[in-house]
Design a protein around this ligand. Structure first.
Ligand SMILES: [Zn+2]
Length: 85
């Protein structure tokens, strides 16, 4: 095991919310920071299929992706909602 300087159980994550771009849409997704490309691609597909708008991955990343900090859950809670897709 390595000694990590981080003492808090927090990690960086990426979150995108379609409602920031299109009024009335509640599409929201959060991934680990390492999954940035996947997040962008899924969001791009969503916007194209649901809204008929073509965004580039760069546009989505610059305009709609927020970097957030999330607490790492160390408990055994398994009631979190997950969207398998
Ligand atoms: Zn949407």
């Amino acid at each position: 095991m390595t000694n990590d300087l981080q003492t808090e159980n927090r990690t960086a994550a990426l979150e995108v919310a379609c409602e920031t771009a299109v009024s009335g849409c509640v599409f929201r997704m959060r991934t680990e920071a390492d999954d940035r490309e996947r997040l962008l691609e899924i969001t791009r597909d969503h916007v194209r299929e649901q809204h008929g708008k073509a965004y580039t991955l760069e546009e989505i990343e610059e305009q709609h992706v927020n970097e957030v900090e999330v607490e790492i859950e160390t408990g055994e809670t398994d009631e979190s909602e997950q969207n398998d897709g």
